[in-house]
Design a protein around this ligand. Structure first.
Ligand SMILES: [Fe+2]
Ligand SMILES: [Fe+2]
Length: 176
């Protein structure tokens, strides 16, 4: 048996369970390019670009976890898997709405999404599922670090349009 399979089978979960929150942000689409005038257009473009990759990445994470859920023995870890999938699905839904506003404004944005989609498609096609899971663990560690920085720097969203500030805060809270 592979070491990862063995590890998953023997894993037990002690942390609080992730909570799936069905929150809708109803982002004002007309503010997509200038939702943070205080921080400026580069900051806004940076987070807008980050948003493009989120639903794709989250779907990849969900698939990676799903591919291994049958191995999970611990009932708490089984619950955590379900909760994680539910939480990421909510993030994906809200960021898809975010991205629709961006795609309507920026013609290059959907092209970037298509490129990232192709990369993740190739990864899934050519690499084994344990690699998807390893990649997920690494990338989620990265998102947790990023989320931690966001939450430790509340002034980051001072002066930002409230709905956009809230979607990033919410995502940061849940990732961490
Ligand atoms: Fe997420
Ligand atoms: Fe995540």
């Amino acid at each position: 048996m592979g070491i990862l399979k063995k590890f998953i089978k023997s894993s037990v979960y002690h942390e609080p369970l992730p909570i799936r929150r069905d929150v809708r942000f109803n982002l004002p689409a007309d503010r997509i390019a200038d939702w943070h005038t205080a921080a400026g257009p580069i900051f806004t473009a940076l987070l807008n670009t980050f948003s493009i990759v989120l639903p794709i990445g989250e779907r990849f994470f969900i698939d990676a976890v799903r591919a291994h859920r049958d191995l999970v023995q611990d009932p708490e870890l089984q619950k955590a898997v379900t909760a994680f999938i539910g939480q990421e699905a909510m993030h994906g839904r809200e960021h898809e709405e975010y991205n629709q506003a961006l795609f309507a404004r920026s013609p290059i944005a959907p092209k970037f999404e298509a490129l990232v989609l192709e990369i993740f498609g190739l990864l899934k096609q050519h690499l084994p599922a344990y690699f998807w899971l390893s990649g997920t663990i690494a990338l989620e560690h990265f998102t947790a670090l990023l989320a931690d920085s966001v939450l430790r720097t509340p002034e980051l969203f001072e002066g930002a349009e409230e709905h956009y500030a809230n979607i990033w805060r919410w995502h940061a809270f849940e990732e961490t």
